[in-house]
Design a protein around this ligand. Structure first.
Ligand SMILES: CC(C)(COP(=O)(O)OP(=O)(O)OC[C@H]1O[C@@H](n2cnc3c(N)ncnc32)[C@H](O)[C@@H]1OP(=O)(O)O)[C@@H](O)C(=O)NCCC(=O)NCCS
Length: 376
């Protein structure tokens, strides 16, 4: 019995539903969206193409790509009320908390707020995919006491995000690195936040409610919060020469080393392959390979001492750092991408819905006598 409970703990290896969005072969390290290998997407596509692929099922033709790009561009602005909501938060609040609250509030101001028909849900899914980047940029600017920067319709989604964040139009290699990071994080099967979104959607809660549940779940350091924790680890270690002793001490203290290990992959996380390369390239372009060199060393040490591989969050940390993104904004940036997958999963769940309601294995006492209050 104890074995059964251990095996099922955390729903590991449990098939919890059907999906045609994303497949993972954890043994071979293969990830595909709608059957298309992540390596091909990372090398050749754009975030806009991936949004179309996830939402609509196939790669867009030229005219379809132009149309979805235009729609995403048109949907970028958020209502003034969202800005007012964000201005209420003190700068000390974690940006994931502001983001989660702002997206929940956005649900009330959405033009389709009271319409949960399939066409309205599809519109909300695309609108939220466009708006997530705007809200994250707003969170960052407002908490630093800076004024919002309106989206630039001439820029692609990734480049525009960096522009709204920093006020500067990014160099082509930075824009492409952001685009690839968005492609790589866009979906990942039944991960914790996506599953949370599907559970909420299965109750016929609205799209914004389901995405709020996903955002709440993404914040945790065992999930999306790991990229932020990785950067803090790198800063704490300080230099490659200290990596070995740091890892030895951390493992002796039974600490989890952030950015390593995975619930599904037993080989290298295929997303880490691209992020490692981008980290090196951005480090070289910035004339500062420090974070890349330290990451590379830490990866080698953790592999040698514990046999664990780097996951998606490990090299995301130095990539985002090189892109000038503040550390506590790393997890919100994850959401800028993952919103594409979350919304696709919500639409898929609603398209063939059955309330998600598993059972638990009861481990408490049985047939316990009720003792009246004055006899306890
Ligand atoms: C992602 C994660 C939660 C997967 O967990 P899981 O599938 O439940 O794997 P387990 O926690 O059962 O790990 C199996 C063993 O490896 C160890 N392990 C796994 N990840 C580890 C890590 N990052 N650092 C140190 N040890 C780790 C566990 O302690 C366990 O060891 P044990 O058998 O001696 O108890 C886990 O690897 C983790 O916490 N990683 C760090 C956080 C992170 O990077 N999250 C982002 C994931 S994309």
């Amino acid at each position: 019995m104890a074995d059964t409970v251990k095996q099922g703990a955390g729903l590991r290896n449990v098939v919890a539903g059907e999906s045609s969005l994303c497949s993972i072969d954890g043994e071979r390290g293969v990830l595909a969206y709608r059957g298309i290998d992540i390596h091909a997407l990372a090398e050749q596509s754009s975030f806009e193409e991936v949004v179309f692929l996830l939402h609509r099922g196939t790669l867009p033709r030229r005219a379809e790509l132009a149309a979805i790009t235009q729609q995403l561009t048109r949907e970028r602005p958020v209502p003034a009320a969202t800005v007012s909501v964000l201005r209420l938060f003190p700068p000390s609040i974690h940006p994931m908390t502001s983001l989660r609250s702002a997206v929940s509030a956005l649900g009330g101001f959405d033009p389709d707020a009271n319409d949960d028909t399939p066409p309205a849900n599809a519109r909300k899914a695309l609108r939220l995919t466009a708006q997530m980047a705007t809200v994250v940029a707003l969170v960052e600017r407002l908490r630093k006491g800076r004024e919002p920067i309106p989206p630039d319709p001439a820029l692609a989604h990734a480049a525009n995000f960096l522009y709204m964040l920093t006020g500067e139009r990014p160099r082509p290699e930075a824009a492409r690195a952001m685009d690839v990071a968005l492609i790589l994080h866009a979906d990942h099967e039944f991960n914790a936040s996506t599953f949370a979104a599907r559970v909420a959607a299965s109750t016929l809660a609205d799209v914004h409610g389901a995405i709020t549940a996903a955002l709440a779940t993404l914040k945790g350091p065992l999930h999306g919060g790991a990229n932020e924790a990785v950067m803090k680890t790198l800063e704490e270690i300080g230099g490659p020469e200290r990596a070995e002793a740091w890892v030895r001490d951390a493992l002796l203290a039974k600490k989890k080393i952030m950015g390593f290990g995975h619930a599904v992959y037993r080989t290298e996380d295929p997303r880490a392959t691209h992020l490692r390369r981008m980290s090196r390239q951005l480090g070289e372009a910035n004339g500062d390979r420090r974070w890349y060199d330290l990451s590379e060393r830490l990866e080698a040490v953790v592999r040698a001492q514990k046999g664990l591989n780097a996951n998606v969050d490990f090299y995301s940390a130095s990539v985002y750092h090189y892109l000038g993104i503040p550390t506590d904004l790393f997890t919100p940036v994850f959401a800028v991408s993952r919103i594409a997958g979350w919304t696709a999963h919500v639409l898929e769940q609603l398209g063939n819905n059955r309330l998600i309601r598993p059972e638990s294995e009861y481990t408490g006492p049985r047939d316990v006598e009720y003792v009246p209050l004055d006899r306890r």
